[in-house]
Design a protein around this ligand. Structure first.
Ligand SMILES: O=C(O)CCC(=O)C(=O)O
Ligand SMILES: [Fe+2]
Length: 278
């Protein structure tokens, strides 16, 4: 099935900003395998629904033409995704949650260990320089830069108005049963609510659905018409972080799923520096 091109303007009835409209926006037609959305290589797909009134989005240069979503397979190469996945593997091999979901945040140093988190930089001290390299951090920066430009272009905003925000983290999910609330990644949520500073969320997938793991698809929840993104190495999914993009992740049934979350705030006060080689 092929989704149609943009249909109609659909202004948010209660929007304080007349430039924001909130219906589906398909930048390009894209093949859809039901119930999953699987963009063909080279395609950017975007849609948006509902309310997109996060106050952050009204900051200068940061107001999207439409609130919405995009998925692209052409911004990050598979080779880059494999290299960045090896950073995640190295870091997460130092710890790992007892439950199914582990995170590594290169900015804050947070690493899941058992039922808790440690600060990687404090815990491992100088030894960390034998684990990560300057190139690893360069790669993160390059990926962040490309994703930032992609979001700016897709939403018609200025790349300079986007500020990397925290948390920015790798996730590794397997089918081990949850031990603490931190392992319960599958709950439906709105990123703006969960993370506060997020205005634009991106997810770069680092492994392949059905090759490396089963379950673990990303689901945008819409009344009567959920939209599903199948992770695959190098695929970038990005979206405005408000309630227009309520979502959840299916439970991983087998294998291991890697991803990295890179999010942006329109508010410079919520900006952080790129993670840096310690
Ligand atoms: O890993 C994913 O696909 C999504 C994770 C997520 O929704 C989040 O970290 O807020
Ligand atoms: Fe999320």
């Amino acid at each position: 099935m092929t989704l149609p091109l943009p249909q109609r303007p659909c202004p948010c009835p209660d929007s304080p900003n007349p430039h924001l409209s909130c219906c589906f926006l398909f930048l390009q037609p894209v093949q859809v395998t039901e119930p999953a959305l699987a963009p063909s290589p080279g395609r950017v797909w975007a849609s948006g629904l509902g309310n997109c009134l996060s106050p952050g989005l009204s900051l200068p240069g940061c107001t999207p033409r439409k609130c919405g979503r995009g998925v692209t397979d052409t911004v990050i190469t598979r080779e880059e995704a494999e290299r960045i996945r090896s950073i995640a593997e190295k870091g997460l091999s130092l710890g790992g949650s007892d439950g199914g979901a582990s995170i590594l945040d290169l900015h804050s140093g947070a690493l899941s260990v058992g039922k808790h988190f440690v600060n990687l930089y404090r815990y491992f001290g100088d030894k960390i320089q034998n684990i990560f390299s300057e190139e690893d951090f360069q790669l993160y920066r390059e990926v962040r830069r490309k994703v930032q430009l992609t979001i700016a272009e897709a939403f018609g905003i200025s790349a300079a108005s986007l500020h990397l925000t925290k948390p920015t983290f790798f996730s590794r999910i397997n089918s081990t049963e949850a031990r603490t609330a931190h392992d319960e990644y599958w709950h439906a949520h709105v990123d703006k609510v969960t993370y506060g500073s997020f205005d634009y969320t991106s997810l770069l997938y680092l492994s392949d659905y059905l090759e490396d793991f089963g379950g673990g698809r990303f689901v945008f929840m819409e009344e009567g018409a959920n939209k599903t993104v199948e992770p695959r190495a190098g695929r970038v999914s990005f979206f405005t972080s408000g309630s227009e993009n309520l979502h959840r992740v299916e439970k991983v049934r087998w294998g291991t799923r890697y991803a990295i979350t890179i999010a942006f705030s329109c508010n410079p006060d919520h900006g952080i520096q790129d993670p840096a080689f310690p």
